[in-house]
Design a protein around this ligand. Structure first.
Ligand code: MG
Length: 253
């Protein structure tokens, strides 16, 4: 794992590789498609615990860490994955809904809403730079979605949000990010994705976007590179430090 500081030169090389891969002769940043859990909120530690408790209630032991690998999938997709493994079948739809509600209840019990350090600075840099922001989350967690405006005023309009309720296929499918591009009215060649989970990185990469991974949990940088990240940052504060320089290098034109 590469632990040295990410510099403007690293960004330049990463963008050059991205442009070559995508066959682009220009790249500018007009839109940022931003994941929620593990990027805007330091919520994954509570999600993983809530998942583990809910599955234990139905008699299935899971490690807490495995849920970091499922991050980005919709709740129902995660339940079906675990059901297939444990019982050889999908959950029936009502059972799935009920279990997701149980998971949500645990999530609230364990304490949920901690804005991620650095996220506010990142969003303010994007707003200052005139970059469109679109929320692209696999979550349907009302407690966080309803708090976005008070925690990050003006960052995301209601029209520029893609949640679990909007898509047929969650991450790692490109569908959520393709829908995000549509909501921004931009092409992949003018957009960046900001993610913390390997499945989310895969989704951003598959949508053709320059995908920035930030390691805010226990998953190492290597997994982000393997998932197709164009750039990997070790923390949100470090990403927020670097972002103004990135925006200056690839201005809206
Ligand atoms: Mg996430």
């Amino acid at each position: 794992m590469d632990l040295r500081k990410v510099t403007a030169d690293d960004v330049r090389s990463a963008v050059a590789r991205f442009m070559e891969r995508s066959g682009l002769d220009r790249f500018s940043i007009r839109a940022a498609l931003i994941d929620m859990d593990g990027v805007l909120y330091d919520s994954m530690k509570y999600h993983t615990l809530a998942w583990q408790h809910m599955m234990r209630d139905v008699g299935v032991e899971c490690t807490r860490d495995e849920f970091y690998l499922y991050e980005g999938m919709t709740g129902i997709a995660t339940i079906n994955l675990l059901f297939r493994r444990a019982f050889g079948r999908d959950a029936d739809p009502d059972e799935g809904k009920r279990l997701y509600a149980v998971k949500t209840r645990y999530f609230h019990e364990f304490g949920d809403r901690e804005p991620m350090p650095g996220a506010d600075r990142m969003l303010r840099a994007l707003i200052r730079g005139g970059i469109k922001r679109v929320l692209v989350t696999g979550s349907a967690q009302a407690s966080l979605l309803e708090s976005l405006e008070s925690d990050y005023p003006g960052a995301f309009t209601e029209q520029r949000r893609v949640t679990a309720l909007d898509v047929k296929h969650g991450k790692p499918s490109p569908e959520p990010y393709l829908m995000g591009l549509k909501k921004a009215g931009e092409e992949a060649a003018n957009s960046i994705v900001i993610e913390n989970a390997p499945l989310g990185v895969k989704a951003g990469h598959a949508a053709g976007c320059f995908t920035i991974a930030v390691t805010t949990g226990p998953i190492p940088a290597d997994e982000m590179w393997k998932a197709g990240a164009d750039l990997v940052l070790p923390s949100m504060p470090e990403f927020a430090d670097l972002l103004p320089a990135i925006l200056e290098m690839y201005p809206v034109n």
